[in-house]
Design a protein around this ligand. Structure first.
Ligand code: NAD
Ligand code: IPM
Ligand code: MN
Length: 357
């Protein structure tokens, strides 16, 4: 097959991990006889520096025209001035919104070889296999917001969490469908004991599950309790569906089940058009430029890209198996090495390539 791939390396460790993702994608394409074309575009802080815009028009145009997009990360201290005209993160939110990528799939899978990397006890994390559906184009990130200066000189600011029926229905449907191919259980996470918007979320969730997925079990869990259950009994969850910010926070927490943020990939998909694939982590300014970032989240995002956007299941599985074999051999980047011997970003990418070959 032929496909057009847009690479958005971004800032910090973004370019370091995307370089490894690109290597793996090229190798898989060659091995399985596919022809891919690559275009690299600026997004985030580097795009602000070059164009004064975190999502330049030509980046958005190239993305619309792509079959799939691989992104590293955006942001960093250089662009953190709270009074700045714009921010790197605006570019990321805008591309998600513009491409209609309302569903962010974040699998949290603990490979048997990573059980001992978790700060949690082995018997708690072993066997964890959760698929989060984080709603990505609504909720607290996209509701009305504003700020004003009060007569006494103090300031007031607000952000609102807002959802409408159809936004909840479509993400719940994707979660329900995914559960059918798994253990047939969906957990919806909300704050319905306090928030009106969560009470709507819960009503719509329950209706869709009852009417359209009678074969799938479902439950509601409040977000504060979920933060605790996720580390107390992660194995009891199958598919989880939740609001934008709740999903953002819970999945960073969940990264400690396999032991590192550097292990979790994600897929952002919409009703049609290209999907966007990225690690869930950020630009990691504390380690950027050192060549020690873990590229496996990005490499696993490449597997999701092949599976979801290009429908190349064997190719996706080949990458996941190669990653697992490298871990089985005991190779670790610093984030997973617990102070023991570790390898760098490029070496880790090279080991995955060798396993693929
Ligand atoms: P972060 O995810 O960048 O880093 C948190 C911690 O995890 C750091 O100690 C970092 O070194 C470590 N880490 C992250 N990825 C790693 C990897 N692949 N290998 C090894 N260690 C890794 O979060 P932060 O420090 O809170 O945010 C830094 C910047 O990234 C901010 O500007 C933020 O807005 C941005 N950010 C961007 C994205 C994105 O582009 N999708 C996601 C999250 C944060
Ligand atoms: C993520 C990030 C982004 C988010 C930020 C950088 C806008 O944390 O992709 O998880 O909150 O969605
Ligand atoms: Mn996040």
């Amino acid at each position: 097959m032929h496909a057009k791939i847009v690479l958005l390396p971004g800032d910090g460790i973004g370019p370091e991990v995307v370089a490894q993702g690109e290597r793996v994608l090229r190798a898989v394409a060659q091995k399985f006889g596919h022809s891919l074309t690559f275009t690299t575009c600026p997004i985030g802080g580097c795009a602000i520096d070059e164009f004064g815009d975190p999502l330049p028009e030509q980046t958005l145009t190239a993305c619309r025209d792509a079959d799939a997009i691989l992104l590293g990360a955006v942001g960093g201290p250089k662009w953190d001035d709270p009074t700045a005209k714009t921010r790197p993160e605006v570019g990321l939110l805008k591309i998600r919104k513009e491409l209609g990528l309302f569903a962010n799939l974040r699998p949290i899978f603990v490979s048997p070889y990573l059980v001992s990397s978790s700060p949690l006890r082995p018997e708690i994390v072993a066997g964890t296999d959760i698929l989060f559906f984080r709603e990505l184009t609504g909720g607290l990130y996209f509701g009305e917001s504003g700020k004003k200066t009060n007569p006494d000189g103090s300031e007031t600011a607000y952000s609102t969490m807002i959802y409408s029926t159809h936004e909840i229905e479509r993400i719940v449907r994707l979660a329900g469908q995914a559960a059918r191919g798994r253990k047939k259980r969906v957990t919806s996470v909300d704050k319905a004991n306090v928030l009106e918007v969560s009470r709507l979320w819960r009503r719509v969730f329950e209706r869709v599950m009852k009417d359209e997925f009678p074969d799938v079990q479902y439950e509601n869990v409040l977000v504060d309790a979920m933060a605790m259950y996720l580390v107390a009994r992660p194995k009891s969850f199958d598919v989880v569906v939740t609001e934008n910010m709740f999903g953002d926070i819970l999945t960073d927490e969940g990264s400690q089940l396999p032991g590192s943020l550097g292990m979790l990939p994600s897929a952002s998909i919409g009703a049609s058009g290209p999907g966007l694939y990225e690690p869930i982590h950020g630009s990691a300014p504390d380690i950027a430029g050192k060549g020690i970032a873990n590229p496996l989240a990005t490499i696993l995002a490449v597997a999701m890209l092949l599976r979801h956007s290009l429908k190349l299941e064997s190719e996706a599985a080949a990458i996941e198996q190669a990653v697992d074999r490298v871990l089985a051999q005991g190779h670790r980047t610093a984030d997973l090495a617990a102070g023991g011997p570790s390898i760098g970003t490029t070496e880790m990418g090279g080991l995955v390539l060798a396993e693929l070959a």
